[in-house]
Structures are given as structure tokens and as C-alpha cells.
Ligand binder design. Structure first.
Ligand SMILES: [Zn+2]
Ligand SMILES: [Zn+2]
Length: 254
């Protein structure tokens, strides 16, 4: 199982792209602006899209993806998300005002988009790849995901602030090899991190100290222009897990 990083920034500009991970060729984890780099053939190959939450930086390319592959696929694209997230997509994106409702076209029986509501802890097995929704604590209903090849697992936090349930869940994972976790703000912005339900280095450290296993830790969702200072603050802790910055184009094999 390969996880390719299509986007791992908290914003855009200067070659930055927002959150999207490609699992093998057919599964997207979030659909931020990084999806826009894929070729049309690669877009057509995507069967499943798992969303962490409804914020624009994680869904921005979903409407364009559906429009681009419309009529070129034999089966609908399936979007997996919390029921609350699906409600937001229906009300505010695929509402015929912002974008067409691909759940209704060409008709309700064979739509281009189908929804699959999920709940915390639920596991979907797709060609032996297991995808499980993890707890997260954000300003809107949100999940992270555990991607398990059977050999090794990658945990992705999505957007979250401090969340004990997330770390407790990771401590149940026997084969945790990689952790991709957000750190959106610097320590000076801890108040902003807490009110917007994100992490800063000191809050990240509190979480890492709860972790009983030793995965490779990759930092994502850094605020544009602040990635160097955020990583410096993280590295100054000299934590045993020695987190590194996730990079665009990185491929993690499990
Ligand atoms: Zn968010
Ligand atoms: Zn975000």
C-alpha cells in the first residue's frame, strides 16, 4: 500500500497545496487543492474519497474532481464522511447554486456521486486495505483515519486540537508505523490554535507523550510562511520520536 502526499500545507501559494493523500491509485483521503495536480486518467481512477471534515481546504477539489470525471466512469465516486459532513456538502456545495448535485445526475438510480456515512471506529475494507475513522477534536465534526495494509498502519489526524481519545485509539494499534499529524500554528499562537481547534508544537508534544509506540511522525498542515519556525519549535523539544515535516510528493509505503 502506497500513500502519496498530494497536499500537506495549511494553505496555498508558492507551490503549496492543501490536504490530500492518495492511497494507491483509487482512494483519496481528503480532497484539498493537491488533487489538482493529478492527470485526468488519475482522476478517473479514483473510486473512493474519505473526508476528515467539511472545511474548504479539505474538500476544495471534490467538486472539480466530480465534474472532470463525469461520464468517464462506469461507477459512482463514493464519498465517505460523518453524517454531519455529508449534510454540509449537500446544503452548501452540491446545492445547484455553488455546484451541481452530482448525487442526482444523471439520475438518482445511477448518480455520479454516492455518499457513505460513517461513524467513529467503523472500518471499511477495500481490496484488503482497511480504513478506520479515528476520533478528532476540531471546530466542526471531524475524524482522522487509520490506514492499515495488514503489514503496517498509518494514522492521519486530519485537523484536530488536543484529543485524548485519538491517542488512546493509537495505543490500541499494534502495527503503527507512521503518524501524520497536523501542527497548524506556532507556540506564540497557542490561543489561536485552541480557539480554532488546531495544534501548536507544545500541544503536539503533550499528545506525543501519551503515545506508547514509536511510529515515524510526519508534521502536516503548517501555516504558509511559518513552516520553518513551527518545525524549529518542534525540533527544539528533542522528542524521542523526532518528527519531520511531511513533504509534497512524499510516498509512504506500508
Ligand atoms: Zn479544519
Ligand atoms: Zn484544514
Amino acid at each position: 500500500m502506497n500513500v502519496t502526499v498530494l497536499g500537506c500545507s495549511g494553505g496555498i501559494g508558492q507551490g503549496l497545496r492543501t490536504t490530500a493523500l492518495l492511497l494507491d491509485d483509487d482512494i483519496l483521503i481528503d480532497a484539498g487543492t493537491g488533487v489538482g495536480d493529478l492527470s485526468l486518467a488519475q482522476l478517473v481512477a479514483i473510486d473512493h474519497v474519505f473526508l476528515t471534515h467539511s472545511h474548504l481546504d479539505h474538500i476544495a477539489c471534490l467538486p472539480f474532481l466530480l465534474d472532470s470525471v463525469m461520464g468517464k466512469r462506469a461507477a459512482p465516486v463514493t464519498v465517505y464522511a460523518l453524517p454531519e459532513t455529508i449534510d454540509v456538502l449537500k446544503a452548501h456545495i452540491f446545492n445547484w447554486k455553488i455546484w451541481p448535485d452530482f448525487n442526482q445526475i444523471p439520475d438518482q438510480e445511477q448518480p455520479f456521486l454516492q455518499y457513505r456515512p460513517l461513524s467513529l471506529g467503523q472500518t471499511f475494507t477495500l481490496n484488503q486495505r482497511m480504513i478506520t475513522a479515528l476520533p478528532a477534536h476540531h471546530s466542526v465534526p471531524a475524524v482522522g483515519y487509520l490506514l492499515d495494509s495488514g503489514v503496517g498502519s498509518l494514522a492521519f489526524s486530519g485537523d484536530t486540537t488536543s484529543c485524548d481519545a485519538f491517542w488512546q485509539q493509537l495505543n490500541q494499534v499494534k502495527n503503527l508505523a507512521h503518524l501524520v499529524i497536523e501542527t497548524s500554528f506556532s507556540n506564540a499562537e497557542i490561543a489561536l490554535a485552541q480557539v480554532s481547534r488546531h495544534l501548536c508544537p507544545s500541544l503536539l508534544l503533550e499528545g506525543l507523550n501519551q503515545l506508547q509506540s514509536k511510529p515515524q511522525v510526519h508534521i502536516t498542515h503548517l501555516k504558509p510562511g511559518e513552516s520553518e519556525s513551527i518545525m524549529q519549535e518542534i525540533n527544539a523539544y528533542r522528542h524521542a520520536l523526532n518528527p519531520s515535516q511531511l513533504w509534497h510528493g512524499q510516498i509512504i509505503t506500508l
